[in-house]
Ligand binder design. Structure first.
Ligand code: SF4
Length: 447
């Protein structure tokens, strides 16, 4: 939330240019976590971060049990690929921590809310991409959990770890790793990019995050995310300094086009020009299509991003199955023994209620929590949500919101279906550019 506060002193390190700095956050980060529950109208909400997106069959079972024993029997998937448990009683904290900890889902209690990553979900499965994004994410997660200072990051600070196909790079990460051919990688932060060796990528991402924290503290405006830093900050110098201190050989490169502008939605990718010699996206990739992925994996989508515990259990029917949660409210199940098993699993998941085929208009539809779970909601948007008939809007993701916070809305261009409170909805096409303009106008209006 943007809030008007008295301006602080001009920054003396910006070459004499005067910038008025106002606080952009006036309260502590209250993002829910697995151990810090948010009190919603339908009970406690716990949010579990999955840095690599991967859950084993044992962990799938533990989460489904937690939803049954402690929550409302359902599991939500967020637009960052996190998992939500809702309807939790006030006194469930210890039992939930034991359940999640026992399943290996809480490696560090102190860091559980800062392990925010989106990772290319098909990395290593379909033969695309240039780097092992899963290995990068595991290493970056270990680095995050091994350092005390990282707990200073907000629960919204996001790392995007892209294997080079350009699927999660446009999702608005504060720090983005993008694999390149020939063992190279880009690390991007705040419109700046550096090229590093692939082996240094996780350390480089951590160095960039550390630079952000230092710059944010110096600015004193309470920024949680890179986009909230005030103009005139010294991010470039801070990143360069920390990369060098970490022993990373890095070359500063042109950052290329803004990734948020290029975000592909579920309903269709926006083409981005190849920029082989710079730090832009090579090509924007659409989310995994539902269906078979090769012979040993399947991709499915949870309608409106929420499943029952039984549906969740159905994902991992074998002990060797691995489930990857996607930032498009879907799941990729890997580790299947062959094509027949993959076809069988896809049929079972179709029968369980997942979206399993490309072309369903429901793939483009998402919704916030709405009534009765959210006290701000003006409507039960999940009951109302449906694909739109308007042919002119076809091809764009459609997001239904119960109020103007528009929680969980897509990136890039999308259709905004907003409850008005009188039983109707306003429908507007929003673009990344318009969203940026609106945010700036809101900040101006509050000065
Ligand atoms: S968009 Fe509004 S109604 Fe929907 S979950 Fe967010 S705060 Fe609640």
């Amino acid at each position: 939330m943007l809030a008007a506060m008295p301006p602080t002193s001009p920054n003396p390190r910006n070459g004499g240019e005067t910038h008025i700095r106002e606080r952009v956050r006036d309260r502590a980060d209250a993002c829910p976590g697995a151990l810090r529950l948010h009190r919603a109208d339908d009970g406690g909400l716990a949010r579990l971060r999955l840095p690599t997106g991967v859950v084993t069959a044992r962990q799938v079972a533990a989460l489904a049990d937690a939803a049954d024993r402690l929550g409302d029997g359902r599991i939500g998937v967020t637009s960052r690929g996190n998992l939500d448990l809702r309807g939790l009683p006030d006194d469930c904290g210890l039992a939930l921590a034991e359940l999640l900890g026992g399943a290996g889902l809480l490696p560090s209690a102190a860091h559980e809310r800062v392990r925010n990553m989106v990772v290319s979900p098909l990395a290593g499965i379909d033969g695309r991409g240039f780097g092992d994004a899963q290995a990068w994410a595991r290493e970056l997660d270990a680095l995050l959990c091994a350092r005390a200072w990282t707990t200073g990051l907000s629960g919204r600070f996001l790392f995007a770890v892209d294997d080079g196909r350009g699927d999660v790079a446009p999702l608005g990460g504060d720090v983005t790793l993008l694999a390149e051919p020939e063992g190279r990688a880009l690390v991007r932060i705040g419109g700046l990019a550096w090229r590093v060796g692939a082996g240094d990528a996780p350390v480089a991402a951590l160095a960039a995050a550390e630079a952000f924290l230092a710059v944010a503290r110096e600015a004193g405006t309470g920024a949680w995310r890179v986009a909230e830093l005030p103009p005139g900050t010294t991010l470039e110098g801070a990143v360069t300094e920390r990369l060098a201190a970490a022993g990373v050989e890095a070359v500063r490169v042109d950052a290329g086009p803004g990734m948020a502008d290029a975000a592909p939605g579920r309903a269709g990718a926006l083409p981005v020009a190849a920029r082989a010699d710079a730090g832009g996206l090579p090509e924007a990739a659409a989310p995994p299509e539902p269906g078979l992925v090769g012979d040993r994996a399947v991709s499915v989508v949870a309608p409106l991003g929420r499943v029952t515990s039984e549906q969740f259990r159905a994902l991992a029917a074998g002990p060797a199955d691995e489930v990857r949660v996607t930032p498009w409210r879907g799941f990729v199940v890997t580790g299947l023994p062959g094509r027949a098993a993959a076809e069988e699993r896809l049929a079972a998941l179709d029968a369980a209620g997942y979206l399993t085929r490309p072309g369903s208009p429901w793939l483009a539809v998402s919704a916030c929590t709405g009534r009765p779970g959210c006290g701000k909601a003006l409507a039960d948007v999940r009951a109302d949500a449906r694909p739109l008939d308007d042919a002119a809007l076809r091809g764009l993701p459609v997001h239904w919101s119960g109020c103007d916070r528009r929680c969980g809305h897509p990136q890039g261009d999308w259709v905004d279906v907003l409850a008005t409170g009188d039983g109707t909805y306003d429908i507007t096409v929003r673009t990344a550019r318009r969203d940026n303009d609106d945010a700036q106008a809101q900040a101006q209006a509050q000065r």
